[in-house]
Design a binder for this molecule. Structure first.
Ligand code: SF4
Length: 165
């Protein structure tokens, strides 16, 4: 998901076998505020999640007192949640549904933000997941962002030095 949101061209690069750059393996996970963790029945860290077309490792998965499943992501930096951060958390919410009911997730920046898992967010997420699946199936992305200067997949990119997009 984070790759698609950075540039759909990365999915095309992965489709043809591009390896993840070493920096991708570095975890950005930050400690959970104790007062937040105390409000949950159980909290697991670095939880691998998987559903068709998508997989990832959630920073934390909490379970509330009613059995609800709550993905928690930690990000560096202040400010309100950015759109890519919300979609990444939404992807964890969708994948975490395999563990139980998900009503919201939490994004922790300089403070925790509760992100409701609304039908509109789920529908927008499904559109992205469908696009990712189509790229893996062979369709080239309809656009690429060309944020190439900081892209770890530039060496394998079929768009970087062409006019295809
Ligand atoms: S090198 Fe540029 S166009 Fe290619 S995937 Fe990366 S950001 Fe996208």
């Amino acid at each position: 998901m984070k790759h698609y949101l950075y540039c759909p061209g990365i999915i095309a690069a992965k489709r043809i076998g591009a390896e993840e750059p070493p920096a991708e393996y570095l975890s950005e996970r930050r400690p959970l505020p104790p007062e937040l963790a105390a409000g949950y029945r159980r909290v697991e860290a670095e939880v691998p999640l998987r559903r068709p077309s998508l997989r990832g490792v959630a920073d934390y998965i909490a379970v509330d007192r009613w059995g609800g499943v709550v993905p928690i992501e930690t990000k560096a930096g202040p400010g309100p949640p950015a759109t890519p951060e919300i979609y990444q958390l939404a992807a964890y919410m969708w994948m975490a549904e395999t563990r139980g009911p998900v009503r919201y997730g939490i994004l922790i920046k300089d403070k925790p933000h509760t992100i409701p898992y609304t039908p509109d967010l789920a529908e927008a997420l499904m559109t992205i997941i469908k696009n990712i699946a189509q790229i893996y199936a062979g369709r080239d992305p309809p656009y690429v962002t060309r944020r190439c200067a900081a892209c770890g997949y530039a060496r394998h990119c079929i768009y970087k030095n062409t006019r295809r997009a």
